[in-house]
Structures are given as C-alpha cells and as structure tokens.
Design a protein around this ligand. Structure first.
Ligand SMILES: [Zn+2]
Ligand SMILES: [Zn+2]
Length: 455
C-alpha cells in the first residue's frame, strides 16, 4: 500500500471494493455475511460443551471452582477491559494490569485493544450507525448479531486509542491473544481442577467451555439488555437504561443510564445498596494498594442530571392535564352582559374578574347548592377567598377548568393586570405549558379576605 500508485492499474479498484456487509443478503451469499470464526467461538464451542457435559459428571468442587473462575474472568472484562482500559476510570499498578489482562483474556471476548476501541465507539456514537452494537438494529443484533455477522470496520466510528497502544500490557496481550485465550480460557481452569482434585475433564468442560459461555452471554447483556430494560433516571434521549436484573447478570454493569452519562466514573451503581461487585472489587484493590486515582463525578453534577430528567417527566405529565383556557384566549364580557346571562339561568360566577360557568357543578358543590347559587351573577371574589370560605388550592384548580370569559375592567380586581401576570410571569416548561404552582391560580388571593361584618 505504501508503494507508488501504478498508473497502468485501474484506479482505486481495490479501495472501492464493496464490503460484504454493505451488500444485500441473499440465498446465494448469506454464508459470506457470517463471521464463521466468531460463530465457532460463541456458538459452536458452547454447543460442544453442552454435549460433552452429558458424559462428564459435575463434581461439587469443580462447580464451585467454575463459579469462582466465572467471577475472576467476568471481572477481568468489567473491571479491566471496561472500566480500566475503555474508560480510564481509575489507574492500576502493573501487577493488577497483568492480572486483569490474563483473566479478561480467559473470558474469550477479543483482545483489550479491540474490545476497548469498539466500546469507545459505542459510547461516542451510541444508537447511531457508527455504534458497533447499536440496539436500534435489534436486541439480538446488539447481543451477538454484531459479532456473528460481518461488519464493515470502516463503518464503525473512529476513536482514539493512543493511550492503549502505549500500555505494554495491552500491546502484549493483543500480540499474544490466541495463546492467552487457550491458556486462560481452557488450560488454567482444567489444571486447577485436575491438579487440585483429579477432575481434568470436568475442569475443561465446566470451568473452561461452559464457564466461557456464561461469562460471554452475561457480558453481552451490557450491550443488549442494558439498552433495552429499565429506567432512564438521568437522560432518556438515548437507549441506555438502569435495571437491577441487568446489574445482577453483568457484575454490576446494569446501571447503564448512569454509566453513559458519567462514563469515567469508576462506579456504575452510586447507592450503597445497589449491586455493583465490579465497583467493590476496584475499591478493595485500592485498599490493597493495587488501584489508585479512582474517578468519581461530584454528586452535585449527578443530582443535576437527575433533577433535569425529573423535570422533563413532570413537564410531560403537566402537558396532559387540563389547566383551563388561558386568560388571554377567553372572550371579554361586559359586566352587564354577565349579570344578564346569570339572571337568565346560566350558572355564571365571576371570581377575580374571571367568569366561570358552574352550571353542571352546582349540584356537586361541597359547600352546598345554596352557597354557590348565592354567588351567581355577582362578584364572588371575596366570598370565594375567605369572605365565606377560604377555598383550597384544589378548588382553585378545578375552578380554572370552568373559565368561559373575563370581565372588561375586572370588577373589584384589576383583571387585566392579573391576565398579564398569568401570561408573562408564569414560567413555561419545555413543552410551552404555563407552570402554575400551588396557590398561584389567578383566582386565588394571597390573603383571606374577611367579610365586612367580621372585620
Ligand atoms: Zn452502552
Ligand atoms: Zn462503557
């Protein structure tokens, strides 16, 4: 590629060659779309393990060892590949980096260099076509379809991995990846069970092959389940979600909405009661002097994100509620016209210069029919605001839904001033709705108005 371009060759014949992933899959070419090497590692090998398990009895010691080794290799991915190398959320001493590179290799999920590069692209281009495992292409695709089917490497978003290329442990593991996989994936689990209690074949099948299968499926859930199941307490514009089930399956990587918001935080779960064994492991390693410089976002920043998301949810709820016609959209009525219509049997009542049609509400009035009828056709501002009864915030809210007009001039209260207040002073939410807080309805007087005789 570095030699001079040959003018006699058709130009760009090779570079313009269409990648198989960018062609339509047909009955003739489907097998060319399949990444057969990955199919062997993540589907073929586990199936062979299941078949062998029929012939190899599971010993208790081997079962316990398989579970322990599951945690070792799983944490190699979550604490090592993910939080250390992909996100640099803490620093680790050389012995710890070597350990994580080895056990992480035993999970058989590719080299650190390859894994972390894709993962950085996943964070940078979440849910887009440049995201190597975008959940927008389907749950199964984000789980393992992206590995089983060939991908055009040029499509995946570019990321900077110069720091990884400078880490000798990462470079060494990448160069010797196959040796690491065979040693840590199969030979070590077999050796421990064989030398320990003579169960060579059991160690190979259960702590080796089937354990690899479970670790792979568990960590694949971070790309699939964690983008599909649960809540979005920090941001709902992208797919990442928080859920305890995902956390249980993925050694604590299930608080994924938090993680995408604050990716360089060494924690995924921020509450003490949430399940995040990866965080506990990193913290313990710090106490042992193996890890240092653990990064954490200030709780002030975390809470700001949470409040903004809550606000968004509240705005969406508010937009669905009936807050009554805004004053500036109501017809203007002359006072005499209002009195006339009330006399003719329409259940109109004026409070703070706003006319309400309470015809259908009279029979339901908690204070009785007589009381509400006595205000019809009059200025009932004082009656409603303490003169007879100091109505609740709920009553003002309900009243606002019965608005039918405003009185010109406003009667006792200067209604236009108040209408302007409702228009200009009330804050609007992001859906454009007025935010009317408790006690702020236009019909509500700040202080109860005493009756003339009570004064
Ligand atoms: Zn993600
Ligand atoms: Zn991540």
């Amino acid at each position: 590629m570095s030699s001079k371009p040959d003018a006699t060759r058709p130009r760009a014949a090779d570079t313009k060659k269409v990648h198989i992933a960018d062609t339509q899959m047909t009955r003739q070419n489907w097998y060319k779309h399949v990444n057969w090497l990955n199919v062997t590692f993540i589907i073929g090998v586990p199936i062979s393990g299941c078949i062998q398990a029929f012939f190899v009895p599971l010993q208790l010691k081997t079962a316990i060892w398989a579970v322990i080794y599951y945690f070792f290799t799983g944490l190699g991915i979550t604490a090592g590949y993910h939080r250390l190398w992909a996100h640099c959320s803490y620093s680790a001493t050389l012995p710890m980096r070597i350990w994580l590179a080895l056990v992480g290799g035993g999970a058989v999920e590719g080299s650190i260099r390859w894994w972390a590069r894709d993962h950085r692209a996943h964070h940078r281009y979440t849910d887009t076509d440049k995201d190597p495992y975008s959940v927008r292409k389907g749950l199964l695709y984000s789980h393992l379809g992206w590995m089983v089917m060939k991908q055009n490497p040029k499509r995946i978003g570019r990321t900077d991995i110069t720091d990884l290329n400078e880490d000798p442990v990462v470079v060494w593991q990448h160069r010797n990846y196959i040796k690491v996989v065979i040693t840590m994936g199969l030979i070590v689990p077999m050796l421990v069970a064989g030398l320990g209690w003579g169960d060579w074949y059991g160690g190979f099948v259960y702590a080796g092959i089937l354990r690899i299968f479970f670790v792979q499926q568990a960590t694949f859930c971070v790309n699939s389940l964690a983008h599909w199941l649960g809540d979005q307490p920090f941001d709902d514009r992208n797919s990442p979600r928080d859920h305890i089930i995902t956390a249980l399956v993925t050694l604590g990587e299930g608080y994924h909405n938090f993680h995408h918001e604050f990716p360089s935080d060494y924690r995924n779960a921020i509450e003490w009661h949430q399940y995040d064994p990866t965080k506990w492991t990193i913290w313990t390693c710090k106490q042992l002097g193996l890890a240092y410089d653990l990064k954490q976002f200030r709780s002030n920043e975390i809470e700001k994100g949470r409040v903004q998301q809550l606000q968004k949810k509240i705005d969406q709820k508010r937009a669905k509620l009936d807050w009554g016609t805004p004053l500036d959209q109501l017809p203007v009525m002359e006072w005499d016209d209002y009195v006339e219509q009330a006399k003719n049997g329409r259940g109109l009542i004026s409070i703070a210069g706003v006319v309400h049609d309470v015809t259908d509400f009279i029979k339901d009035h908690p204070g009785g029919k007589a009381m509400i009828k006595s205000g019809l056709g009059k200025d009932a501002t004082a009656m409603f605001n303490g003169g007879v009864y100091y109505h609740s915030n709920g009553a003002h809210n309900l009243l606002s839904t019965m608005r039918v007009g405003v009185i010109r001039g406003g009667g006792e209260v200067e209604i236009w001033k108040r209408a302007q207040k409702e228009n200009s002073e009330y804050v609007r939410d992001e859906t454009g709705q007025r935010i009317i807080r408790a006690g702020q309805q236009v019909t509500k007087m700040p202080e109860p108005i005493p009756t003339a005789d009570a004064a």
